[in-house]
Design a protein around this ligand. Structure first.
Ligand code: ADP
Ligand code: MG
Length: 741
């Protein structure tokens, strides 16, 4: 996983930007239910009046209220109000707003107070109770629960008038008694009641209470709109960022994998199958990309919303916390159950995908062979087997997921019903406001939703973790064949002699050596040929020269240097390698030739084609050297492919040529002509030829006979005919009596 993190590093900045945006998004989403409850509570129920502080109040009402405050508080209130007497110039100014000013004196709240929320709060807390007490006296229907029992008052006295007559200490005593009774009332409910009284006062003054309400609604509505827009913008940008991060991250990993695979040698390819390498660099990376999008947009958002939602919900109604706890507990049980059932299947899914790929690849590339052996039925069954396995597991996982959705919805709806059930009772008992209940419900939904997102992630993460593990496995594979820390240069001038000294080689995991104690020298300017039965180790031997594998024991020397002491680049620069199975790339013939040397001039290309006997057939192609070769070279014959592949190695003009059974696809005549041209053109080259056909190598300067990984004879054709039994057997089986001579 560490490897993957290094690939994520460049995206940390974008990620932090996304997180900031997520905070903004979460904040706006959490603020909306709050505003909605304001609309219901204050806007609808209190007519848009937010608190107990009136903008304007009749002198007479003010005096009544002041009676229920301490002298200090009364002074504070009066400091903030200005008495406007009717009939004055000032009154004319306010006349249109406050029609009653035509007949009565009014107290008007000083402008500055409105902008100072601390002052407003203080006035609110002072004025709230006097409003309620006063209303309870004047109009007993306002006497809400928790109001003081006023029946002990002397009959026929108005409390406000009575209190005013009392000395200060006694007045305070009564006030604190009334206050202590009022504190039992929920402050929000008290504020709500007081606000309705303020509204009545406004009506009495002749103000347009309807427009006050509309103004409030508009104000909150616009705020909500603004928050929604900000939230939406944040959501869009985070969506964009998460897609960008995930796609970039996936691209970088894909590139990393490709780069890594390029550094792989035969040995690493033996450990990872090609099918698995393909699934890993496509499907597995896709999984990582998907989870990255999810993680970026949910991993941070869900906890913020969850925790923020809980805080705000409890702020709305602390008594209903247990409902949220209950919902979360039920969800927890559901999600763990799903988790237990689905996660092991996810791991299985990825393995089955590998298997399907393997079978498809094999049957697709071997389709002709399958047909030739009429094994279609067998292959179909094999494919059907893995296909069905995959489908079954997919279906199972999806069914579990699908069942989860309605259950989730059921829980969500049950939650709403429970909140309304409990909440409605509290609203009826005046211990909760309707808007708060509605907001609580929305918060509960947000919490559940956050929880769902988190659980979704926990379900997806194991699947992605499997993929990440598979990708990391490739990234952390250190190629066994590495360049030396201090590479030596080849001696100048380069001498293409190849020497094997006591070389033994064993494939990783094999029980026996593929090569055992091999000693020989392939001289510059000479052709060294290798012959032997299939499986005798010919290909293995020549693969040690370009360091596709490293010798297990002994040393391979090229140009006087141990191949392990020079860089792989320098070494392979000196070698023209023509593999047993020729591989061409899509592009033109010329493109393929230029793999040998991208700066080669057309003379070099032509002579390479001529030596490799490809000239003739290239001429017959419609566009000659510019003709297209399809992927894998399927539009030309095996022998033609082989010839182009030989020409490609010749273009490289390497001092050492290795032909691993490259002549087998050629007919006898071409084989002979090619060899003739080759010897003529490469007087100073070291040529190593692996062949099945004795005629191919009969004239070689040195023939090495391999048998079961060991050298069974060295010499020229003549010498070997005398000395080597294995060679003689091969010779008599292939050549006629005249040729043997
Ligand atoms: P030749 O080219 O002479 O036909 P090879 O050099 O390809 O023979 O193979 C020599 C032996 O090594 C064979 O027994 C073969 O089974 C084994 N062998 C070849 N390639 C591998 C490999 N990648 N992993 C394990 N064993 C291998
Ligand atoms: Mg071979």
């Amino acid at each position: 996983m560490k490897q993957l993190f290094t690939y994520f590093k460049p995206y940390l900045l974008l990620l932090s930007a996304a997180i900031v945006l997520l905070f903004i998004q979460a904040y706006t989403n959490l603020a909306l239910p709050d505003y909605m409850s304001d609309i219901v509570n204050t806007g609808i129920q209190q007519g848009g009046i937010t608190n107990a502080v009136p903008q304007v109040i009749r002198k007479e009402t003010m005096e009544k209220l002041l009676a229920f405050t301490t002298t200090d508080d009364a002074r504070f209130i009066l400091q903030n109000y200005t008495l406007v007497k009717h009939g004055t110039d000032k009154a004319a100014e306010y006349q249109s707003l406050y029609p009653l000013l035509a007949k009565e004196d009014l107290f008007v709240l000083d402008e500055i107070i409105n902008s100072d929320s601390g002052m407003t709060d203080r006035l609110n807390s002072i004025l709230m109770r006097p409003w309620l007490i006063n209303a309870a006296i004047e109009n007993p229907q306002f006497a809400a629960e928790g109001m003081p029992d006023l029946s002990r008052l002397p009959k026929g006295t108005e409390l406000s008038t009575y209190i005013k007559t009392l000395p200060e200490t006694e007045k305070n005593q009564i006030l604190s008694m009334i206050n202590s009774k009022l504190t039992r009332m929920d402050p929000k409910m008290a504020e709500k009641a007081a606000a309705s009284l303020v509204r009545l006062e406004y009506s009495a003054i002749g103000m347009d209470t309807g427009s006050i309400q509309i103004k409030y609604m508009l104000h909150i509505g616009l705020l909500m709109l603004l928050y929604t827009l900000i939230g939406a913008a944040a959501a869009i940008i985070t969506g964009f960022l998460s897609a960008k991060i995930a796609a970039g991250f996936a691209r970088d990993i894909r590139y990393g994998i490709f780069e890594k695979i390029e550094s792989f040698n035969a040995q690493e390819f033996d450990t990872f199958s090609t099918a698995s390498l393909i699934t890993r660099s496509t499907n597995d990376i896709m999984q990582i990309q998907m989870i990255t999008v999810m993680l970026v947009s949910m991993a941070f958002y869900a906890p913020i919303i969850g925790i923020g939602g809980i805080i705000r919900a409890i702020g709305k109604s602390s008594s209903m916390w247990w409902i949220i706890a209950l919902a979360v507990a039920v969800l927890l049980i559901l999600v763990t159950t799903v988790f237990k059932i689905a996660v092991p299947k996810f791991k299985l899914l990825q393995r089955l995908m590998d298997k399907l790929n393997l079978v498809s690849r094999e049957s697709l590339s071997g389709m002709l062979v399958i047909r030739a052996f009429t094994m279609q039925d067998h292959e179909e069954k094999r494919f059907d087997g893995v296909n069905k396995d995959l489908t079954k597991t997919m279906l199972f996982v999806n069914r579990v997921m699908v069942i989860m959705m309605p259950v989730m919805l059921l829980i969500m709806n049950g939650l709403s019903i429970l909140i309304i059930w409990v909440g409605a009772k509290q609203v009826a008992a005046s211990t909760m406001q309707v808007g708060d209940m509605m907001a609580f419900m929305q918060y509960a939904m947000q919490i559940v939703f956050a929880f769902l997102m988190l659980s979704m992630m926990f379900i997806m993460i194991p699947r992605a973790a499997v993929s990440a593990g598979r990708v990391a496995e490739i990234l952390k594979t250190e190629p066994i064949i590495k360049d030396p820390t201090v590479p030596l240069p080849f001696r100048d001038p380069f001498d293409g002699t190849v020497v094997f000294k006591n070389v033994s080689f064993r494939y990783a995991g094999a029980k026996e050596d593929a090569l055992h104690n091999i000693n020989f020298t392939a001289k510059k300017g000479q052709t060294t040929a290798f012959i032997g039965p299939t499986g005798s180790g010919k290909s293995t031997l020549v693969n040690l020269i370009p360091r596709f594998y490293d010798a297990t024991e002994g040393r391979v020397l090229v140009g006087g240097e141990d191949v392990r002491n020079v860089t792989q680049h320098d070494l392979r620069e000196k070698i023209g390698y023509i593999p047993q199975k020729s591989v061409l790339f899509s592009g033109t013939v010329e493109d393929n030739l230029r793999y040998g040397d991208k700066n080669a001039d057309s003379g070099t290309l032509q002579s390479a084609l001529s030596v490799s006997q490809a000239e003739e057939f290239i001429k017959t192609l419609p566009k000659g050297i510019k003709s297209d070769i399809s992927q894998g070279g399927t539009n030309i014959s095996g022998g033609q492919k082989q010839r182009i592949s030989i020409a490609r190695a010749l273009v490289k003009k390497a001092p050492i040529y290795i032909f691993d059974d490259s002549f087998s696809a050629l007919d006898f005549k071409t084989d002979a002509e090619l060899r003739k041209a080759l010897t003529k053109n490469s007087k100073d080259n070291t040529i190593m030829v692996v062949a099945q056909r004795l005629s191919t190598i009969k004239n070689a300067d040195q023939i090495i006979v391999l048998d079961k990984g060991e050298i069974a004879g060295v010499g020229t054709h003549k010498e070997l005919m005398e000395s080597s039994k294995v060679y003689r057997e091969i010779a008599t089986s292939q050549l006629s009596q005249e040729e043997l001579a």
